[in-house]
Write a protein that binds this ligand. Structure first.
Ligand SMILES: [Zn+2]
Length: 286
């Protein structure tokens, strides 16, 4: 095994033995309750589009989806990456990218769930259809729909390149949340790490976060079942297919279609309860 390039500490005599410790899953996702995906598929297949929002390039839009119904994101004009935030309709719960990654892996597909922040930690949505599920992991170690990135933002852009760019996904999401009735600073504080819809990403041999042109084409889509009453907020990334860069107007960008799908809830479905932990944290008094 080669030493990491940035290592300056000589490896100890038992380095090989230490590295040979078996890797085990941090969480055993098999112990999670199964979503019963066949019933979900049937419900989404029978549902009809009831509301459609075309998210313009380098913008974001919000869509409300009642629990038990579906929503779908579709590529309509050209390869385009989307950055998705989810909220409960009272705005108290939001999608937790990091724990979703820990439970399901770096990239999501059919059957995986988008989990909410503490203290609720329950599924907010379940992926029911993914037309890019054929992609798997490519020779660069990349796959689609990641929960390893955050969202492009004007602060990192300023840090690395200077300037004042206002159409990063972070800002697009902020404006879309403002349109729901929030002051700008409050709206910005609600923006959280995203599901990078259609984005192709991975880590290179040095562990650096890499991206490549999304394999998404017009007609490709990803469909979800809302497990609780949701506000879905979707940004069309200024990186377009994210094959080159982002945080500027340089890339070709396209709209994405965000639709609410109306129909019967899946057979046997029930909304998930809030997490069962008692929140005492070992303290008898608050
Ligand atoms: Zn972006």
């Amino acid at each position: 095994m080669t030493e990491p390039a940035r290592s300056r500490t000589p490896p100890p005599p038992d380095a090989a033995l230490r590295r040979a410790a078996p890797a085990v899953p941090v969480y055993t996702a098999g112990t999670l309750a199964s979503p019963g995906i066949a019933a979900y598929r049937a419900a989404i297949a029978a549902a009809k589009p009831a509301e459609a929002v075309a998210v313009p390039p380098r913008e974001a839009r919000a869509l409300r989806v009642p629990a038990g119904q579906g929503f779908r994101i579709t590529c309509i004009e050209g390869p385009q990456v989307g950055d998705l935030n989810l909220f409960s309709t009272d705005w108290s719960e939001q999608f937790w990218s990091g724990k979703t990654r820990a439970l399901h892996g770096t990239h999501l597909s059919t059957g995986d769930r988008l989990w909410s922040s503490l203290p609720t930690l329950r599924p907010m949505a379940t992926i029911v259809e993914d037309s890019l599920d054929w992609y798997g992991f490519d020779e660069d170690g990349c796959s689609v729909h990641d929960v390893i990135g955050t969202r492009c933002d004007p602060y990192t852009a300023n840090l690395l390149s200077g300037g004042q760019y206002h159409h990063c996904c972070h800002s697009n999401l902020t404006r879309a949340i403002m349109a729901e009735g929030f002051h700008r600073d409050m709206a910005e504080g609600l923006v959280h790490d995203v599901l990078n819809v259609f984005m192709a990403t991975g880590f290179d041999a040095e562990g650096r976060y890499v991206m490549k042109a999304s394999p998404v084409r017009p007609g490709d889509h990803i469909a979800f079942l809302a497990e609780i009453d949701l506000v879905a907020v979707l940004s069309t990334c200024p990186g377009g297919d994210c094959g080159q860069g982002h945080s500027s107007d340089a890339a070709a960008c396209h709209p994405l279609l965000l639709e609410r799908l109306k129909g019967a809830a899946p057979a046997g479905w029930a909304p998930p309860p809030r997490n069962g932990y008692d929140r005492s944290h070992g303290q008898m008094t608050s």
